[in-house]
Design a protein around this ligand. Structure first.
Ligand code: BGC
Length: 741
């Protein structure tokens, strides 16, 4: 749309205070329809005649602001009266907070100096057919708000006693308008409210609220206070070994709430920032703490849950829950590494690792497409993809498995939802990325040179390093091959000529095989098998299985290997071993954090070590979704549901039970219908209950059967000698209800 208004800001610098803009007008005629179109440099909340407009939190969201800025349109007809007042509060948000907090880069300084402003247009349509527009200009007013201080990492200070200064006329300023785009992503909303589970009095004498669940969002409180009473709240994810409040792992992010009370009963929550927390420390609070006067509000993108998993194992169910919460806590407009410390950035590697699980758990097509548009917008001239998108670490050298998010994410979104538009939109940037590697490698056919994160946080990292011991160039070359193969696949879907990339892919596979005839680590095996680079994948998988056993039946993988290891084992007959890794409870394992009380996924396998100590505070997030990628194995292998065709127009349902679980169930609400798969051990038989709204190939014990949409029960027997070998498969189409066990 064409904006007729001007960008407006305050005529003065207000330091860290949030701003308030206002426009009053009288409506003399009867209104038929009224709308507001608005965006901000910063984050805004708008209200009309005292009523909040819309449910969007932290609007207009986070995009590559220099190139793309979303605007929102709201219907405000119901609130229009004879005398109207529109007010808009604007905080720094992602636009001008001190991001990233752990590095001072020249463009960070530049970002922090950017003005917070708005651009808006009120369109009025009267019953007599006439129209009127009230657009932002110098007649709009501006002043400092009662939010006296704000920063995305550090929190908010609100003074309910604040006596505002006189209004001033806003100042028009020039800022591009050709960057404006309509809302593309999902709106960010207040999605869930969580009550205090316990009020703790810690050994150090602190009063701490425990919400029992780590969430991203903010706390809302109600207090009966005297004017000038102070409230000071700190946020934390875990308690320390002694049971005291702890948040040293937030690094420089202060994550505070400071609130100065007015007299009487009042309810408040932050408006222009968010926090990642489970615990709230009441540093200052004027009255006796009442648990019912606090709630944690989980704020995330308005994504719809589509995946469901449950099993007979409580710890496994807690792991499922932790992955879902990890996603909710980090899908706040941009897929972020973590929601608490001074990062909260759109790390490409993390998103790539998790995208498949994410796309099964929730419908994230819109969410990812918007972010991928930003990725394409922020792609460098030479095709390089930044480590984070929006690219707040500009100029950094791209890393394998991080930059490859540019091919992996669109392809996965296509696979899960079947809409080729995402490929159409991203195809040029996918190609450019592969070309970038071709242009910069020091050895054709491989990705040699450059700087990489390797198998980030691999358990086989040498002392003092964050990088696992898998060879960096092996990983880089493997991802180069994989990205080239995805360009080919995407091109085939789109009917593009991709011969050049087909040849390139062949060349990389050949070079990979020559350079890496042997693999040394679990991650090296996993990528060689998963990306179909191993010449004899069965042999490689058998060796990987041996290696896992030799390693003590435990994982040694980091960000790169973890999402693939179970797949590469079960794809070649080592499902029982894959289950052993999934169900392992001792460190290192997925269930170890569960035993330690985790409610989200940890960045480190041992964020809290066995002796109760923390991993060093310089990098120890307790809400980092990456390792939650294991759920795509649970959907695809344990429950056995995967797309046979993109978007699940047809499914392949091949459940793989394990004796250590009595039952397991998975369902997906796909774009083409719901698919559920459940298996239950009953004595020495296993019953499979499959319900599918799409045609499917059902595979049980290697026996395939084509089925139409419907409900089916299959049975198989377990042999006494070898545990999980099915002797017979019976099937029957069932119309009546399943019997319950
Ligand atoms: C982030 C990660 C990210 C990594 C890259 C960390 O600080 O939190 O999740 O992928 O850096 O090395």
């Amino acid at each position: 749309m064409e904006f007729t208004g001007k960008w407006i800001k305050s005529p003065q610098d207000h330091g860290h205070a949030a701003l308030e803009f206002q426009r009053e007008w009288k409506t003399k005629k009867k209104i038929l329809h009224a709308s507001l179109v608005i965006t901000a440099l910063g984050v805004y909340e708008a209200s009309i005649n005292g009523k909040r407009i819309g449910d969007y939190v932290l609007a207009p969201g986070w995009t590559a602001y220099e190139k793309r800025l979303q605007y929102q349109q709201y219907d405000i007809t119901p609130w229009i009266s004879a005398e109207n007042q529109l007010s808009v509060t604007v905080g720094k948000g992602w636009f001008s907070s001190r991001m990233p907090g752990f590095m001072d880069l020249p463009d960070k300084k530049e970002r922090m100096g950017r003005p917070n402003g708005i651009l808006a247009e009120i369109a009025l349509e009267y019953e007599d057919g006439s129209k009127e527009k009230i657009a932002t200009d110098e007649s709009w007013l501006c002043r400092e708000s009662a939010i006296r201080w704000n920063d995305l990492y550090d929190g908010e200070t609100y003074d309910a006693t604040y006596e505002p200064e006189e209004w001033q006329n806003a100042r028009a300023f020039s800022w591009p308008k050709d960057i404006l785009i309509p809302q593309e992503g999902e709106e960010i909303r207040e999605k869930e409210r969580i009550a205090v589970q316990e009020v703790l009095h810690t050994p150090a004498g602190e009063t701490v609220l425990d919400f029992g669940q780590e969430v991203t969002g903010y706390v809302e409180f109600t207090v009966d206070a005297c004017k000038g009473d102070r409230i000071r709240l700190l946020h934390g994810e875990v308690l320390d070994q002694e049971g005291n409040f702890y948040n040293a792992n937030y690094r420089s992010a202060k994550s505070e709430i400071n609130y100065i009370c007015k007299a009487g009963l009042q309810t408040w929550h932050p408006v222009v920032t968010f926090y990642g927390f489970r615990y709230i420390k009441l540093e200052e609070f004027p009255e006796e703490v009442r648990a019912d006067r606090f709630s944690a509000i989980a704020v995330y993108s308005d994504i719809r849950q589509t995946g469901y998993l449950s099993s007979s194992c409580q710890k496994l169910n807690q792991l499922f829950s932790n992955v879902f919460w990890g996603q909710k806590g980090n899908f706040l407009d941009v897929p972020t590494d973590c929601p608490q410390r001074d990062e909260r950035l759109g790390w490409t590697g993390d998103a790539q690792v998790f995208v498949k699980t994410a796309s099964y758990n929730y419908d994230v097509e819109r969410f990812f497409r918007k972010w991928l548009h930003d990725m394409a917008a922020d792609q460098q001239e030479n095709g390089a993809i930044g480590m984070v998108i929006p690219d707040y670490l500009r100029g950094a050298v791209p890393s394998a498995a991080w930059g490859d998010a540019v091919t992996i994410c669109p392809w996965q979104i296509y696979e899960t939802y079947g809409n080729r538009e995402v490929l159409q939109e991203q195809f040029p940037s996918m190609k450019k990325w592969v070309d970038y590697i071709t242009d910069t490698t020091t050895r054709p056919g491989c990705w040699c040179g450059g700087e990489h994160f390797g198998d980030w946080l691999g358990l086989d990292a040498p002392q003092g390093s964050y990088k696992g011991s898998s060879r960096e160039e092996l990983i880089a070359t493997a991802f180069y091959a994989y990205s080239a193969s995805l360009v080919v696949k995407a091109g085939e879907v789109l009917g593009e000529d991709v011969d050049e990339y087909r040849m390139l892919h062949k060349q990389i596979v050949k070079a990979f095989r020559e350079m890496y005839p042997q693999y040394h680590t679990q991650t090296e095996y996993a990528v060689a098998i998963q990306f179909e680079l191993a010449e004899d994948p069965q042999k490689a998988a058998d060796e990987l299985a041996e290696l896992v056993k030799k390693d003590g039946l435990q994982l040694r993988t980091g960000f790169v290997g973890t999402p693939y290891i179970l797949h590469s084992l079960s794809r070649y007959g080592h499902t029982e071993l894959a289950y052993s890794l999934l169900l392992r409870e001792e460190y290192p394992s997925w269930l170890y954090p569960v035993s330690k009380g985790a409610t989200t996924i940890w960045e480190h396998w041992d964020g809290i070590m066995e002796n109760g100590e923390f991993w060093s505070e310089d990098m120890n997030s307790f809400n980092h979704y990456s390792y939650g990628a294991v759920l795509d194995w649970v959907y695809e292998e344990a429950a056995g549901i995967r797309p046979a065709q993109p978007g699940f127009t047809k499914a392949r349902i091949a459940p793989k039970p394990d004796q250590r679980l009595d039952w397991l169930e998975g369902s997906l609400d796909t774009r083409n219908g719901r698919i559920s798969s459940r298996w239950i051990h009953t004595g020495n038989r296993i019953r499979y209950e499959i319900e599918t709204e799409v045609p499917a190939t059902v595979v049980i014990d290697g026996k395939e059967k084509e089925v139409d949409p419907g409900r089916y029960t299959f049975w198989s027997s377990v042999t006494e000698t070898s545990g999980l070998r099915f002797l017979e498969v019976q099937d029957e189409k069932e119309e009546d209800k399943y019997e319950t066990v």
